[in-house]
Write a protein that binds this ligand. Structure first.
Ligand code: PLP
Length: 378
């Protein structure tokens, strides 16, 4: 097979789509206004921010006044968790570092955090959440879908328990939006984090949905932007891009995920034919584009470099954990055996991938694993 150029790391980030770029461009140049002003240049920018907010609210079933733009998923998570400072939080031990590191910092400030363990597929159950809630619990934060192994959490059941117990429910939906349906009212979500760069918007933009009446306080203090709760001049082009990208992602969610799921299953079938391999995460409740496999007897870094040399971009765990010497906290939490732990590869697909690309990935990965094992005499 002739060498290709394949991107299979969409959970790390995605390109800004042509359509999104086109709607953003005027807001860098002729429509450059600061939305806080009163003149027409400002009013044009303010109108564009309002339109983006409206598109997002409508796509996720929220009200206009419940969407707060942030610098991305990390800030949205930090902001949501800050609500429980000094009280009690219940979360899962497989959350993204944006949640876990923030929880560690909050613990230093006197917050009590319960990190629920997951089962071998990466799930926490509503029952576990229910048992962990006590009269001082202020917030439950459980991600909609895991960024490493793709496990989709039972967030509706968890949200139901939280409502019943009168505890706020936050979900990090960074990996879920565009891949799974989101309807915050129906799903009883009180706060939801989203990041633009996973769905074809630029990096450095996201939002936090906060249900009306939730006693959130500002994290970033200064001017009166974002209904007085998130200071700083708005990143207008990025906000406009996020509005368009989210609208498109939600409109196409069903069709795209059906197509991507077929690619994913083909890739999983092909990779599982390699010897001494295991699939990490759930077979059933799994993000449509996520394939996370571990091979014994190889180091993921070597596999990734060789895949890259063949034109395939994949990752070892999450992009945010690159540089960590520690094995992935998610793989450790689901109990991946030591012999497999260091040989983990994550391919994450989108509707931009093709069947031919999947054939190529399977062929090259099989060759690479064989070659590396041969070098080690396995
Ligand atoms: N939460 C999850 C589940 C993620 O996958 C990521 C990014 O990888 C983040 C939060 C952080 O989002 P951002 O890069 O926009 O700060």
């Amino acid at each position: 097979m002739e060498k290709k150029n394949i991107y299979a790391d969409y959970a790390a980030t995605s390109p800004v789509s042509e359509k999104v770029l086109r709607v953003m461009l005027p807001y860098f140049t002729e429509n450059f206004g600061n939305p806080s002003g009163v003149h027409r240049v400002s009013r044009t920018a303010a109108k564009a921010v309002a339109e983006a907010r409206r598109k997002i609210a409508s796509a996720i079933g929220a009200d206009f006044s419940e969407i707060y733009f942030t610098s991305g998923g990390t800030e949205a998570d930090n902001w949501a968790l800050s609500l429980a400072k000094g009280k009690k939080i219940v979360t899962a031990n497989v959350e993204h570092k944006a949640v876990l590191t923030c929880c560690k910092a909050l613990e230093k400030a006197g917050t009590v955090v319960t990190y629920l363990p997951v089962n071998r597929d990466g799930f926490v159950t509503a029952k576990q959440v229910e048992a962990a809630i006590d009269s001082e619990t202020a917030l439950v934060s459980v991600m909609y879908a895991n960024n490493e192994i793709g496990t989709v959490m039972p967030i509706e059941e968890i949200a139901e328990i939280c409502r019943k117990k009168g505890v706020l429910f936050h979900t990090d939906a960074v990996q879920a939006i565009g891949n799974l349906p989101v309807d915050v009212k129906r799903q009883k979500i009180d706060m939801l984090s989203c990041s633009g760069h996973k769905i074809g918007a630029p990096k450095g933009i996201g939002f936090l949905y906060v249900c009306k009446g939730t006693p959130i306080e500002s994290l970033i203090k200064g001017g009166n932007q974002e209904f007085g709760l998130r200071a700083g001049t708005e990143n207008v082009p990025a906000i406009v891009g996020l509005g368009e990208a989210l609208k498109l992602a939600c409109e196409n969610q069903k069709n795209n995920s059906e197509y991507v799921r077929e690619l994913r299953d083909k890739l999983i079938d092909g990779l599982l034919k390699i010897t001494d391999v295991r699939l990490n995460g759930s077979c059933e409740n799994r993000l449509c584009g996520n394939v996370n496999v571990s091979f014994s007897g190889v180091e993921s870094e070597a596999v990734l470099l060789m895949l890259d040399a063949e034109g395939i971009c994949a990752s070892g765990g999450s992009a945010c954990t690159t540089g960590d010497d520690e094995p992935s906290h998610v793989l450790t939490a689901i109990g991946v055996d030591k012999e497999y732990l260091n040989g983990t590869i994550r391919f994450t697909l989108s509707s931009m991938n093709t069947t031919d690309e999947i054939d190529y990935i399977i062929e090259k990965t099989s060759e690479i694993i064989k070659r590396l094992r041969k070098i080690r005499g396995i």
